[in-house]
Design a protein around this ligand. Structure first.
Ligand code: AMP
Length: 126
């Protein structure tokens, strides 16, 4: 049984298609390592997804295979996006689902960035 969140990258997943410009997105940031765009079904007043440009399925795949420059560039991009959205003063939350138990839907690494109001408890179903 393949492990969800690892294995072979699907070059036609929806975020790969957004990266190639085949599907529209509301981009808020881009640099050499990452792009960021609004989530299509926001779960907070601000809900942005930050994704690396490289073909990585999940945080597990990314931390195993990406170069140091890609890893640094990606996480710096997360910080840049939060700052650009003026979320540092009020605060924000980042989250990345990996694999089956997390409910990861899209097999391209993405960090959810939530903000714009007090976000409440970290997990609803404990
Ligand atoms: P996850 O469950 O962590 O894999 O999250 C996938 C996220 O991608 C969900 O929050 C979806 O609302 C979001 N999403 C799916 N398709 C699109 C799209 N075309 N543009 C922006 N966000 C999307």
């Amino acid at each position: 049984m393949p492990v969800k969140g690892l294995g072979e990258y699907d070059t036609n997943n929806i975020f790969a298609r957004i990266l190639r410009g085949e599907i529209p997105s509301k981009r808020v940031y881009e640099d050499d390592f990452a792009i960021a765009f609004h989530d299509i079904a926001p779960q907070a007043p601000i809900h942005v997804l930050v994704i690396p440009r490289g073909p990585y399925i999940s945080i597990a795949d990314f931390t195993a295979k990406a170069s140091d420059a890609e890893i640094a560039g990606f996480f710096r991009a997360v910080g840049h996006v939060a700052k650009a959205l003026e979320l540092e003063a009020p605060g924000y939350r980042i989250l990345s689902n990996m694999g089956e138990h997390s409910g990861q839907e899209v097999p391209h690494l993405h960090v959810h960035l939530f903000g714009g109001k007090p976000l409440g408890a970290m997990l609803v179903n404990r």
